[in-house]
Design a protein around this ligand. Structure first.
Ligand SMILES: Nc1ncnc2c1ncn2[C@@H]1O[C@H](COP(=O)(O)OP(=O)(O)OP(=O)(O)O)[C@@H](O)[C@H]1O
Ligand SMILES: [Mg+2]
Length: 378
């Protein structure tokens, strides 16, 4: 077959390679074209749709002469953390023995870092304990270093919205100035929290305004995903029918992470053929495992909030949550109560507002497992 076989070909947290990645051909081509033409891209999507996977997929297909550096800044709390992670990510992306690697190590050492080794992976970790002004200077030095390499470089900064939480003022303005001076380095900024990303990149008051090409990642096409699932099962000499693969996709609302999670379990528990009963049993099992978290959530919410969440879970998609018919059908009280609950549920990211192809907004439960669980609860 020539393809590396994995125990489970449906990853839920990692990227296993192009053979285990469904579609995204257009998005990949567009990102690569942006990169080639020296344009930075902002990748926005709801959570768990496949942003990180897409970045790794694009990195696996970069044209000759390009190198990708992936930095996930979710855990960073300030610019100093950002610097540490940037330096660590570069060190781990570039072989130490290459000339690029050697030079980079020399640069880092000249900045007097503290170097430790990750207990689990054994990989080096760089950290600096320096004054704020020096942090900026060091980040600048690293960018300048990347700028003069013979390779062209793509730096992907995942969970980029995190920088708006840094205590330093105007990090985005500062970063943009630095980034715009670079000719040899292109960026991909990726983030989930749509409101933050939208604010950072589309508000005219914000410095990132219009400085990048914006790309919104949508759900995968369900027909394509269905065929993909069938083909992966068959590669491993297991079978799943079109009907059943479609049922799995419907239940998971074609939301990548949830599809992958369910397929991962169904795959692991199938010897030869998936049946309606067998996939439903796995789905049920997944919900049962999540139950302790869902109970806590339910206790956290007020009665009106819980009722609204339940109503939304039942209807799946809700265009007008304050419409009379919806209020009456689900005994939700007044529209003012619903608006208050809606605001809180959106702040908790339990409910998400999205836009359909016509630009009309609608609401739904963000987490597919939560929706399926709430739907079944009394
Ligand atoms: N097109 C795809 N085909 C197959 N698997 C995919 C695809 N896209 C993503 N995945 C896998 O689904 C899982 C979840 O996707 P990923 O982590 O990329 O989502 P994300 O949008 O970055 O999520 P988060 O918002 O939590 O950061 C990962 O294991 C990823 O490899
Ligand atoms: Mg991600």
């Amino acid at each position: 077959m020539g393809i590396k076989q994995y125990e489970n070909p449906f990853p839920v947290t990692t990227y296993l390679g192009a053979e285990y990645f469904c579609d995204r051909e257009q998005e990949t081509a567009r990102l690569i074209s942006n990169i080639r033409s020296g344009n930075s891209t902002t990748l926005i999507a709801i959570r768990r749709i496949g942003k990180t996977g897409l970045i790794h997929h694009v990195f696996s297909q970069l044209p000759q002469g390009w190198k990708g550096i992936y930095v996930d800044i979710l855990e960073t709390e300030n610019l100093n953390h950002f610097l540490n992670l940037l330096a660590t990510s570069i060190i781990n992306a570039i072989p130490e023995k290459s000339s690029f690697g050697k030079h980079f190590w020399n640069l880092i050492k000249s900045l007097r870092p503290f170097i430790s080794y990750d207990a689990l992976t054994g990989l080096p970790q760089v950290s600096f304990d320096i004054k704020p002004k020096e942090v900026e200077i060091n980040i600048h030095s690293i960018f300048q270093f990347l700028e003069i390499q013979e390779y062209k470089i793509v730096v992907a900064i995942d969970e980029f919205q995190q920088i708006s939480r840094y205590p330093e003022k105007n990090t985005d303005a500062w970063l943009r100035t630095r980034i715009q001076q670079l000719k040899n380095v292109v960026f991909i900024f990726s983030g989930s929290q749509q409101h933050l990303m939208a604010e950072l990149f589309t508000s005219p008051h914000r410095p990132f305004f219009r400085s990048t090409l914006i790309m919104k990642l949508e759900k995968l096409n369900s027909e394509v995903y269905c065929n993909f699932i069938i083909s992966i099962f068959s590669k491993y000499k297991k079978s799943v029918s079109i009907e059943i693969a479609s049922q799995i996709l419907d239940w998971s609302k074609t939301h990548t992470f949830y599809v992958q999670q369910l397929c991962n379990r169904v795959f692991a528990s199938t010897i030869k053929e998936v049946t309606t009963e067998s996939w439903k049993q796995q789905a049920h099992q997944l919900l049962t495992e999540q139950e302790p978290v869902f109970f806590i959530l339910r206790n956290m919410l007020t009665k009106p909030q819980w009722r609204l969440l339940k109503a939304m879970a039942h209807d799946g998609i809700v265009y007008q949550p304050t419409a009379k018919a919806f209020l009456v059908k689900h005994h939700l009280g007044t529209s003012a109560t619903v608006l208050r609950s809606l605001k809180t549920l959106m702040e908790y990211e339990l409910i998400i507002k999205e836009f359909d192809a016509d630009g009309s907004s609608f609401y739904g439960v963000y987490d597919v497992f939560l929706q399926r669980w709430v739907e079944l609860s009394i």
